[in-house]
Ligand binder design. Structure first.
Ligand SMILES: [Zn+2]
Length: 485
């Protein structure tokens, strides 16, 4: 059998047919990623395979370090080709790691390269790919078009002016690019120095002075409104656990004042502060019809020496074993009791908790929106074949797979779009297997509709992102879907 042919991951005829007819042609709706809006605004052209593929990819750095490659070739000062060669020499050692599949799927889909990457083929592949990167089809905008990306949402700090998003919208780029509101830095009262520096940026962004808790919350609210005017309909939070420690305004004000004076919050104060702010964010999201994403359970920055040397997001994180159910239920329940529970997507990082998450969302489905509460697709350490299958199975067994809003790349790299293809193949294989066993009806209308919905249409409907205005004289370039232009 050929490696990564058209039947890749599709182990029977039903799976192959379903994929071909109902999944392959659907557009991509990438509602959570970490792509640089600047790169899209400037229609960045990548000079070589290092820039587009290795720069910023902590999955690859982890594999390289595990393979004994020195830091100089991962995040360090080595020349781009030397780094690429070090990666190429690592690839044969990644057999059965998702990197092995991703690497070869990406080489194939971006550059039509069928050769296996290793030390010997490195120079040839480098040359062949770099030649293609100089063409307009592989600029950032070219890539989005090539992969039929209808919509993508970046991940943005509330203090961001969103100038790049405005430029992208003004240029009429076919892929719609929206910001997402990620206020993690507003929660960091245990690090007064970083927090206070961030408050200064917030003062500037919201064009206001912040002297009290009320000022701080009002400034955040202004940024939330501003993001909304720029078409944002999603928020996102990266948390160990969802904070759920009731916090009267007086307590929050005291924590704020102490942090402003430079005193680090205690773990208990941190939890109270987090709860207080997360309730504000949840209410605002509900009022504006946004979707709130919660990325829960990663244990970050585990290696103190290398954190100091290289900074965060460089590959020194792992799956955490935080208890999730009670605090997440408490948080959702507080909003629910106020009648202000927004649409929520919870992403799980520990496979032990898959059934917890899949059942927990069921406790808050309220019949107002199909799939209002979502168990998000396999994330980070679970973004691979097995992790995707686990998430789909847990959701199927305890919820409605048919209402699932599908896959996101969650990637920093423009080379990650085949992750959607990968997910779709795993999904169709799962369904196809059960058709062959007589456990699902062999009914293309029924199954094909579900597959097409999961690949694209559910996300489109659920997120209800605005449409571009025909003309945008100064104001917001977006209007609510269905509203007059
Ligand atoms: Zn993310």
């Amino acid at each position: 059998m050929k490696f990564i042919d058209e039947k890749f991951l599709l182990h029977n005829r039903a799976a192959q047919r379903l994929y071909r007819q109902f999944a392959r042609g659907e557009p991509i709706f990438d509602y959570h990623c970490h792509l640089s809006p600047k790169d899209i605004a400037q229609n960045r052209q990548f000079r070589n395979l290092f820039e587009i593929w290795l720069e910023g990819d902590h999955y690859k750095w982890r594999a390289m370090r595990a393979n004994g490659v020195a830091e100089q070739f991962c995040t360090g000062a080595a020349e781009p080709f030397a780094k690429f060669r070090a990666w190429a020499a690592t690839v044969p050692h990644t057999l059965r790691n998702p990197l092995y599949h991703w690497t070869h799927l990406e080489l194939k889909r971006y550059f039509g390269i069928d050769e296996l990457l290793d030390e010997e083929s490195a120079a040839r592949i480098w040359k062949k790919a770099n030649a293609q990167l100089s063409r307009p089809e592989l600029t950032t905008r070219g890539i989005l078009k090539k992969f039929n990306v209808a919509t993508l949402c970046t991940t943005d700090d509330p203090t961001d002016d969103l100038a790049h998003h405005k430029k992208i919208a003004a240029d009429g780029v076919a892929t719609r690019v929206f910001p997402a509101f990620r206020p993690d830095k507003a929660l960091a009262v245990s690090q007064p120095e970083a927090f206070n520096a961030w408050v200064s940026r917030l003062e500037e962004a919201a064009d206001t002075d912040i002297a009290s808790l009320e000022d701080f919350v009002a400034a955040l609210r202004r940024r939330h409104d501003y993001f909304h005017a720029q078409g944002c309909r999603l928020s996102d939070h990266g948390l160990n656990q969802c904070p759920a420690s009731p916090c009267p305004d007086k307590t929050a004000a005291a924590i704020f004042a102490r942090t402003r004076r430079g005193r680090a919050a205690t773990p208990e104060e941190q939890a109270q502060w987090g709860t207080s702010l997360m309730l504000h964010f949840g209410r605002w999201d509900a009022e504006k019809g946004w979707v709130k994403q919660l990325h829960l359970g990663a244990l970050r920055n585990n290696n103190t020496r290398l954190l100091k040397q290289l900074g965060p997001d460089t590959g020194f994180d792992c799956i955490g074993d935080f208890p999730q159910a009670r605090s997440l239920v408490s948080y959702l329940d507080m909003l629910e009791r106020e009648g202000r529970l927004p649409k929520i997507i919870v992403y799980n990082n520990n496979p032990v908790d898959n059934y917890v998450f899949a059942t927990l969302i069921g406790s808050f489905q309220d019949g107002t929106v199909p799939g209002k509460m979502q168990f998000g697709s396999g994330w980070w350490f679970l973004d691979q074949k097995e992790g995707i299958q686990w998430q789909l199975n847990a959701l199927s067994n305890n919820g409605l797979l048919s209402r699932c809003v599908g896959m996101v790349t969650d990637s920093r790299s423009f080379m990650s779009y085949p992750r959607h293809e990968y997910f779709r193949r795993v999904l169709c294989d799962l369904i196809g297997q059960e058709v062959e066993r007589g456990e699902l009806p062999d009914d293309d209308a029924l199954l094909g509709t579900m597959i097409g919905n999961i690949c694209y249409r559910n996300a489109r409907q659920y997120l209800a992102l605005p449409e571009p205005r025909e003309t945008a004289p100064g104001g917001s370039p977006w209007r609510a879907r269905g509203a007059a232009a």
